[in-house]
Write a protein that binds this ligand. Sequence first.
Ligand code: NBP
Length: 494
Amino acid sequence: MSETAAPHASDIQAGARANIGVVGLAVMGSNLARNLASREGNTVAIFNRSHEKTEHLVATHPEAGFAPSTSYAEFAASLQRPRTAIIMVKAGAPTDAVIDSLVAVFEPGDIIVDGGNALFTDTIRRERAVRATGINFVGAGISGGEEGALLGPSIMPGGSDESWVTLGPILRSIAAVAEGEPCVTHVGHDGSGHFVKMIHNGIEYADMQLISEAYDLIRHGTGKTPAQIADIFSEWNRGELESYLIEITAEVLRQIDARTGAPLIDVILDEAGSKGTGVWTVQNALALGVPVSGIAEAVFARSLSSHPEQRLVSGNLPGPQQTLTVPDEAAFIEDVRLALYASKIVAYSQGFDAIRAGAMEYNWTIDLGAIAKIWRGGCIIRAQFLNRIADAYAAEPDMPVLLTAPYFVEAFGRAQAGWRRVASAAAGSGIPAPAFSSSLSYYDGLRADHLPAALVQGQRDFFGAHTYRRRDMAGTFHTLWSGDRSEIEADDTH
Ligand code: NBP
């Protein structure tokens, strides 16, 4: 598809000098507006509900040459056609309010982009409603926090092919660049971009939990200080685990609290918060029937940590002392590294399986390899390792389960003995490592010739006549558990 962004001369209204606009100038919107303004050829229209933020941005960044507005009508008039505006406001009702205001002043062919963290089903609803007016609506996941918005985020836009023609060059110009490629791709239609962003955040939860479990086990097993463990993470960051999250983990562990002089990690309360995208990932994966156990355990672990009233009364529960005796420190640390790597492959594989299932459910055509590539830069889960995922999908685009790609099979071959030792050591000493353990169980579940699901089917048929299928013949069967005949065929469809 050709991608020429320049508007026709006849489309340029008198006084309309901006080719792109931003509505919502809190931390993300103002940084994104500055990023847009810093790129050759862009003039950025800006609007915020409370005008002080607009004035502040113009005053603090005169070099950006912003075109500020005090009303939606003025904002629309300052934009060349097709008008293109990126909304960066609080997700939910504020986003709906801004969309309604823009629809009132925009015209057919114009483009409204929601760059906030919308739930993808809201994006599907909004896209349908806005499309009915002839205006294009694009839900775009944007990852990278405030620094990414300013310097180059990873961008996951959905929406129509028509809007991508205008939007593609603009988004490519502001996205992070990884190995010479901009970290943005047209993910698919309607809510696909926000769906992929949701899964990105779910993977982020799992990755953070796995890293935290690795830190905790090393601390228990070796007695090393946070600063010494920071050095281990820095070392790991030079190998196959190289990633932004490993890099910042070392920095967090090295930090000293200015008030007490203690390692900051020992001062921070161990109750993890969340903004809900992990929960969305798990809820939607459950609805799609995709086991995302690594992500789910990470969400549950944050939830467990945030119930002080339960933890307060549970300290006397019987169990090991939660101390770990490690005969060979270096070997143990290497085992933990391998456990982290293998569990990380599981979490990413589950996340990509969820994208594949979502694409089938919602009729999106999503290039999974392209998603791996746009996550290599700008976003929180950026990592070298994503190149291996892109390679795997390039070799076999319809792979039923990502972790069976040859590169990962080889990695599991190297990692699994250490992974098992770490999971056993954690269980034996009573140190919680839910994401390590559940990732290993998932892996073994996939490998198993026989699963205990046969017994579950027997139980279901016993109490609810839910029927079962047999190994040795086609068809669906029900057993008369207390009757004369032991089995009847439940249907004759075979
Ligand atoms: P916030 O999520 O804190 O939202 C504040 C902005 O929303 C302000 O500009 C505010 O205008 C505007 N707003 C609200 Br609240 N209600 C409004 C309404 N009814 N009409 C018009 N404007 C309204 O800002 P943020 O942290 O910059 O995040 C923006 C979006 O980006 C969110 O969807 C967020 O989830 C997403 N995001 C954030 C990050 C991050 O790291 N922070 C990362 C990725 C994505 P006002 O000034 O008049 O109150």
